[in-house]
Structure formats: structure tokens, C-alpha cells
Write a protein that binds this ligand. Structure first.
Ligand code: ZN
Length: 329
């Protein structure tokens, strides 16, 4: 409130508004922390994954106990954020954002923040944003390098103005093998949330309108203002192919040797599944949110919405066959 460009009025506006955060890994955890401490009124957090010990180096919202319990990140984030600021309505939803559920999960929020680890989901967010005229802030990081830009429909370039397709991003293929430093994700999340807070507090005139890239290792920082593409597929021609589900969903998981399998509209009773599997496989554990078991060299984690993450392979065929065998086809 003492910071004049934001002021008491900006703070009051922030406390009466909301945002949806898509993905709560490293950037998402840092962004959620800042927004909740900053006093946003309501924050919805969407995440498909669970906490592991190897996340703790950069995912600043989670603790060792969350990893020991294999809590879904959306659940651990909600609990930890409520202990930070109990005035904020935090809603963690364990879900993978897909063309089938994106409109339901994003609707009603004046801002979408990017905490995802893949460009398919970013193009889906971009489609929703342009179609419904809702701003979003893009943020990505890998190794020591990151990028961020606020997309304001009708005013700024959109993600599709910058990149033709996920393949042209050049960031995604590498995150499995080259890691990511804690400092870059916190820096990118800070830049992302600063733009988001301007939008939420009614200070959009203060948006800098730049795509910022930075590298905490080389010390190189760049800031440029991208032009809108006069022939953009999304913001000019309004072809929302990701939202329409015309693009194959992404099934590999960033930063780990795993694939994800979707079984939509399938609700699993984890206790029943635990009892059934305990007779045939080893290491069966469940915590009310997910169930895990071992089929060496693989480890399967199944969520109550029927989704599963198979660790130990990147081959979807292997994952599908083990899923059919142990969970059902
Ligand atoms: Zn565009």
C-alpha cells in the first residue's frame, strides 16, 4: 500500500479479485507464494503431479514431509499456502488440463498464470485467453535460462505470434536432461507475478509489454517488444485448434523418465484398488489422493480420476499395457 503506483486502492482491488494458476511446479510454487502473501482474494491452483524429494531444490512451496507422503502438488500447495495467509481462498485441484476440461477450469477468472512445464498446455491457455479475451502471463525456464511475457488479447502479441508450434519452442526437449536452477525459476516467477499483479490491481497501464529473457549463469538479460503477427493463426484468424482438441495431448512428463496416461471419465476407488492389487504386486501404498505400486523396473502412480503416471519409461505403449493389466482397460 505504501508503494505509490500500487497504493491502497490497488491492494483493495487485489484482495477482491482472483487468478487461476496452471501448474504448480517450480515457477508455479514461487508465483503462488507471492500472490498469496500479496493478498490476492482467491487463487485456484491446477496441477497433475505429486511432490518428490528431487523437486525440493527449486519448488519452494513444498517440504520433505510432502515428498515423503507423495502428496499431489495441488493438495500440498493448498495446505501450505493456507498456513501462509489464511485470508486467501486457495483451491487446489488435482487435474491435468486438457481441451476437454480447460474451459470449465479457467472460466470465471480474470487472469491465468503459466506454471506449466509444456508448450501444448501453453498453447491451450493461449487459445482460451484469446477466445475469451482474458489476459495470461507466459513463463518458462530451463537450465539457467527463462522467459516471460504478459499476453493481453487485442493489445499485445500472443504466444502463437511468437511461436508456430510447441516444437519450435526449443525449450521442452531439453528439460529432462539439463535440469533447472532454483534461482532462474524464482526470478521468472517474480517477473510473471509483477505483471499479473498490475492486471489484477487495475494497473494495466503499467504493463511493460516486453518479452523478457534472462540467464542467471551468463548474466545476459534481454527485453524486447514483440510485434503482433498480422497473419497469426490464433489472435488474427481465431483458429483455436488446441482448445478444439485437434492437437495430440502431451504425455511425457518434464524432468523425469515418466509418461502419463489419461483415462477420462473413469473414477477409481483407491481403497478397493489397494486391496485388489496388494495380492499381486509389491509396494502398494495409497494416501487418499493417489495409489502407488511397483512392477520392477517401473513404478505406477494412479490418481482417483483414473490418470496414471508410469515412472521408468518414456514409451506410452509400455505404460498403456501395464495400465490395462493392473488397473483395467
Ligand atoms: Zn497472435
Amino acid at each position: 500500500m505504501l508503494f505509490a503506483p500500487f497504493g491502497r486502492e490497488g491492494q483493495q482491488r487485489l484482495s477482491r479479485t482472483s487468478a487461476v494458476l496452471v501448474g504448480c511446479g517450480a515457477i508455479g510454487a514461487a508465483a503462488a507464494n507471492l500472490l498469496v502473501r500479496g493478498g490476492i482474494g482467491r487463487l485456484r491452483i491446477l496441477d497433475r503431479d505429486f511432490v518428490e524429494a528431487s523437486n525440493l531444490q527449486r519448488q519452494s512451496l513444498f517440504h520433505e514431509a510432502d515428498a515423503r507422503q507423495s502428496l499431489p502438488k495441488a493438495v500440498a500447495a493448498e495446505r501450505n499456502l493456507q498456513r501462509i495467509n489464511s485470508d486467501v481462498a486457495v483451491e487446489g485441484i488435482v487435474a491435468d488440463v486438457t481441451p476437454g476440461n480447460a474451459e470449465d477450469l479457467f472460466s470465471g477468472f480474470p487472469l491465468i498464470l503459466d506454471g506449466t512445464d509444456n508448450f501444448e498446455t501453453r498453447f491451450l491457455i493461449n487459445d482460451f485467453s484469446i477466445k475469451n479475451s482474458i489476459p495470461w502471463v507466459y513463463a518458462a525456464a530451463v537450465a539457467s535460462y527463462g522467459l516471460t511475457m504478459a499476453v493481453v488479447p487485442g493489445q499485445t502479441a500472443c504466444l502463437a505470434c511468437l511461436l508456430d508450434s510447441p516444437d519450435s519452442a526449443g525449450l521442452e526437449e531439453t528439460c529432462d536432461t539439463i535440469g533447472v536452477l532454483g534461482p532462474i525459476v524464482n526470478l521468472i516467477a517474480s517477473l510473471e507475478v509483477a505483471e499479473g499483479m498490475k492486471i489484477l490491481a487495475g494497473r494495466s497501464s503499467a504493463l511493460h509489454g516486453h518479452l523478457i529473457s534472462c540467464d542467471v549463469w551468463s548474466g545476459k538479460f534481454q527485453s524486447l517488444r514483440p510485434e503482433r503477427d498480422p497473419d497469426c493463426r490464433v489472435c488474427v484468424h481465431r483458429q483455436f485448434s488446441y482448445l478444439a482438441g485437434e492437437v495430440q495431448p502431451h504425455i511425457t512428463m518434464c524432468g523425469r523418465d515418466s509418461v502419463q496416461i489419461h483415462e477420462r471419465n473413469r473414477s477409481l476407488d483407491l481403497k478397493v484398488l489397494e486391496d485388489r492389487l496388494a495380492a499381486t504386486v509389491s509396494g502398494v501404498r495409497q494416501n487418499g489422493f493417489l495409489l502407488r505400486f511397483l512392477v520392477p523396473p517401473y513404478e505406477m502412480t494412479v490418481f482417483s480420476d483414473g490418470r496414471a503416471i508410469l515412472k521408468g519409461t518414456k514409451d506410452p505403449a509400455v505404460a498403456r499395457s501395464l495400465y490395462a493389466k493392473y488397473i483395467g482397460s
